[in-house]
Write a protein that binds this ligand. Structure first.
Ligand SMILES: [Mg+2]
Length: 127
């Protein structure tokens, strides 16, 4: 097992497909449907290594979740956050990176795209 990963997306199909990919890379997967659930889950599991984060979600969106956790002393750097989103514009990307996202994946994604981002971040996974 290579650690805990949170998959945060309001679309069930994304939670399932991305969850399956992360499981195949031997991560423990925690699924959340919005930013508020993600905050609660991170509080319960402060050792989460990586968050795969959608932008557009009800209740609390991914951007607001990101800003909230990076304001916490214990989460300024960890967990790493990869935005997984259709918000593909350069300004959106810059905004998320400035707020503390570590990488960016455009939907639709596949396992090779996910692996290449993990490689860039130096995150170990099942080869
Ligand atoms: Mg969404």
């Amino acid at each position: 097992m290579f650690g805990k990963v949170m998959v945060v997306d309001d679309a069930r199909v994304v939670r399932v497909s991305l969850g399956r990919i992360m499981k195949s890379l031997d991560f423990e997967v925690l699924k959340c449907e919005d930013g508020q659930q993600a905050l609660d889950t991170l509080r319960e599991h402060p050792d989460v290594k990586l968050v795969m984060l959608d932008w557009n979600m009800p209740v609390m969106n991914g951007y607001d979740f990101l800003v909230s956790i990076r304001e916490m002393d214990e989460h300024k750097q960890q967990p790493m956050v990869i935005m997984v989103t259709t918000e593909a514009s350069i300004p959106s990307m810059m905004k998320a990176l400035a707020a503390g996202a570590d990488e960016y994946v455009m939907k639709p994604f596949d396992i090779e795209m996910i692996k290449s981002k993990l490689d860039l971040l130096g995150v170990a996974y099942q080869q």
